[in-house]
Design a protein around this ligand. Structure first.
Ligand SMILES: [Zn+2]
Length: 393
């Protein structure tokens, strides 16, 4: 389904612009008209991370006139494996500002708007309303649902992408012409079921594969050429080197864009909607959580503890808390590793950030280890507060 151009053309291109964009101008389908529409376009990138990096660089190079960047995070060394808009000298500085500097280097004709803040329910509508199109590169479900809801409520199209390990997905959600993200995924996955990239990893170059699809769709929408990915989901498998397109229909029962919507405004709390940890895990950790300082005190005082790292072997290779034993969460949940747990010692579980250890704790308590505890904040807190010399990831 072809759609009319999203943006009206700018009055004219300058001589500099004509020189710079000549390889676009000589494509008949883009031409002067398409380039003027790009110049007039206002596009917001949500996140200047893995997907935001290639997206922003190519949108800037393509001549999108106004680019907004919203990101509250700062550049970390572990970002540089894939977030190519940032460099070594940017480590420690805000991502939105670092991205703006790179864009100025690629194309000084772009007007960059920096939103150095977290997107939340109080600012999302006001920020989105300043743009024609949103490109969503967020890495968590809470923000993803909020972006979708705000876009539908404002009638804005957005280009969505997601990445994990070797797999990527992309689509265009535009309520006026097709389904929304909730039509495709009505419910967030149970907490802990789908690990984040920080927990599960991502092949760096996957960001370019999915980010380039997002830019491609953004340009098509702005200029009104080709068939946008509205109502279709692109699924990419980097190991098989396979792209598949899946039809997605508008769901008449969608809570947001269906015939009888139950969601008529932004939710009060998207974190709550997506759940940081499951109910069982929440119950298990209540009264059974210690801090990394308490763990250190227990170790220093010679307390007889059995410290278990429930992460995966690849993570254990990167860093570990002294004295810990590796028993991955899956082996605890399946019951296969229960025999490894002593009955006469204080059991302490930890993971990277405290989500997986909470789930493992619930399983362990159900199996009868009532006194077991888990460590709040996991090895991330340990590195931050106890031993900064350990590598982080
Ligand atoms: Zn919907």
């Amino acid at each position: 389904m072809a759609l009319p151009p999203l943006v009206e053309p700018a009055a004219e291109l300058s001589v500099d612009e004509i020189r710079r964009y000549s390889r676009h101008l000589i494509i008949p389908d883009v031409g002067m008209d398409g380039q003027k529409r790009l110049k007039n376009a206002k596009v917001l990138a949500v996140g200047a991370g893995g997907l935001g990096s290639p997206t922003l660089l190519y949108l800037a190079a393509a001549g999108v006139g106004t680019l907004g960047i919203i990101d509250f995070d700062t550049v970390d060394e572990s970002n540089l494996q894939r977030q190519i808009i940032h460099g070594v000298s940017d480590v420690g500085t805000p991502k939105a500002e670092s991205a703006a500097r790179s864009i100025a280097e690629v194309n000084p004709l772009v007007n960059v708007v920096v939103h150095n803040t977290a997107l939340d329910r109080d600012n999302v509508k006001e920020i989105f309303s300043q743009y024609d199109l949103i490109v969503d590169g967020t890495d968590n479900f809470a923000t993803r649902y909020m972006v979708n809801d705000a876009a539908v409520l404002l009638g804005k199209p957005y280009v969505w992408g997601s990445i994990y390990r070797f797999d990527g997905q992309a689509s265009v959600f535009w309520e006026e012409h097709g389904p929304c993200y909730r039509c495709l995924y009505p419910e967030p996955p149970p907490p802990g079921m789908v690990p984040s990239c920080a927990e599960g990893g991502v092949l760096g170059v996957l960001c370019a594969s999915i980010g380039s699809i997002q830019v491609n769709e953004a340009i098509k929408l702005i200029t009104g050429i080709g068939e946008p990915l509205v109502g279709r989901l692109m699924v990419y498998d980097a190991l098989e080197m396979e792209y598949r397109k899946i039809k997605v229909r508008k769901d008449p029962n969608c809570a947001l864009c269906g015939d009888n919507p139950t969601v008529t405004d932004l939710l009060e709390d998207y974190e709550d909607f997506c759940g940081a940890v499951s109910e069982e895990a929440q119950e298990a950790i209540t009264g059974s959580t210690i801090s990394v300082r308490e763990l250190k005190d227990w170790q220093d005082s010679g307390k007889d503890i059995f410290l278990v790292d429930v992460r995966e072997p690849a993570e254990w290779e990167i860093n570990r808390i002294p004295g810990a034993t590796l028993i991955p969460k899956g082996e605890i949940l399946s019951g296969e590793a229960l025999a490894k747990f002593p009955q006469d010692k204080q059991i302490v579980l930890h993971c990277k950030s405290g989500v997986r250890s909470a789930e493992a704790l619930a399983a362990l308590k159900t199996a009868g280890f009532k006194d077991a505890v888990h460590v709040q904040g996991g090895i991330v807190s340990w590195v931050n507060l106890i031993d900064p010399s350990l590598p982080s990831y």
